[in-house]
Ligand binder design. Structure first.
Ligand code: GLN
Length: 305
């Protein structure tokens, strides 16, 4: 950790000075209220060592990073059957695209684009008694973090303007791959996206993807080694939509971004690192977040490759 500390500090100070060509997401009006200069980094190793810099303790809207958590719970609940509902192929298209669904007969390319996450939410609604409450307590129990919560404001804001997601859900329903009422599915999806966490909380919650022996404080495992392998593989190939290849090329770690400006990246058997900087590049990924992580794996010479 000592080495990481110095490297992270140096890269942080360097990237802080870089002119940010990104733009804060405003298609969800509530997201535009964030201070665009926020910039935080947190790393947690599987041995429990942690290091933070900048705005690492401020909570922000995790948006699509939540797609890992919904997938994890759905995978736990229905096992390999999940892959009958959603595929595991990169889409090479934007996160909110409707394009491929027609040809693919309503089966989304992967669980990390909106179409796929909406189907995963439909699975959770079928499996859980009280989807919002049960999903939240699943998330809280991973790291015993009872402060974790949704943002009603963000969820409502997205509900009022989420026309593409509304279209996606209806379109998939027309193929029979949404089993529940579309309004219920969308409401649940918008709430999962509205979860708020800090860089520190994100790095801690996703340690189960880095550590094969991860157990929560109730001694429960979150995923088996083979299940965690699969989720990491989908993160590497699909975690950044039509920029997944670019992220693998520049950073070389499985990861996942959200339009709130957060990125988490996993080094299997080593650590989870989170970067938050709200301004996004044209593909909807944090501009400085990607830059930071590229420098991090380059300077440490430590990626999965
Ligand atoms: N809630 C956002 C949406 O559905 C999530 C997108 C993202 O973070 N890429 O549009």
């Amino acid at each position: 950790m000592k080495n990481y500390k110095k490297i992270i500090e140096d890269i942080y100070n360097d990237v802080k000075q870089v002119d940010d060509i990104g733009k804060v997401a405003n298609y969800i009006p509530e997201l535009a209220n964030v201070n665009e200069n926020n910039f935080g980094v947190h790393i947690t190793t599987i041995n429990g060592e942690e290091f933070s810099i900048g705005d690492a303790d401020k909570k922000f809207s995790i948006q699509s990073v939540s797609k890992i958590l919904t997938l994890t719970l759905a995978y736990k609940l229905i096992g390999e059957k999940i892959w009958n509902r959603v595929d595991v192929e990169p889409s090479g298209n934007p996160f909110n695209s409707l394009l491929q669904l027609e040809a693919d007969l309503g089966k989304p390319r992967n669980p990390f684009i909106n179409a796929g996450a909406i189907v995963v939410c439909d699975v959770l609604i079928s499996e859980l008694k009280n989807p919002k409450e049960d999903f939240l307590s699943f998330c809280r129990n991973i790291t015993n973090n009872q402060s974790l919560n949704y943002s009603d404001k963000v969820a409502q804001s997205e509900k009022n303007t989420g026309f593409r997601n509304i279209a996606l859900c209806n379109f998939i329903k027309s193929f029979g791959n949404i089993k529940n009422d579309v309004n219920r599915v969308l409401d649940f999806y918008f709430y999962t996206c509205s979860l708020e966490m800090s860089c520190k909380e994100l790095s801690e919650i996703f340690l189960y993807l880095a550590d094969d022996n991860y157990k929560n404080d109730k001694e429960e495992t979150i995923l088996s080694t083979s299940e965690a392998k699969r989720i990491n593989a989908i993160m590497l190939t699909c975690g950044f939509y039509d920029e997944s290849g670019e992220f693998a090329f520049r950073v070389g770690l499985p990861g996942k971004s959200g339009v709130g400006g957060g990125i988490i990246a996993i080094h299997p058997d080593e650590f989870c690192i989170t970067v938050w900087s709200p301004k996004l590049n044209p593909k909807g990924n944090s501009y400085k977040g990607m830059l930071f992580l590229e420098k991090f794996t380059s300077n440490t010479e430590n990626s999965i490759f």
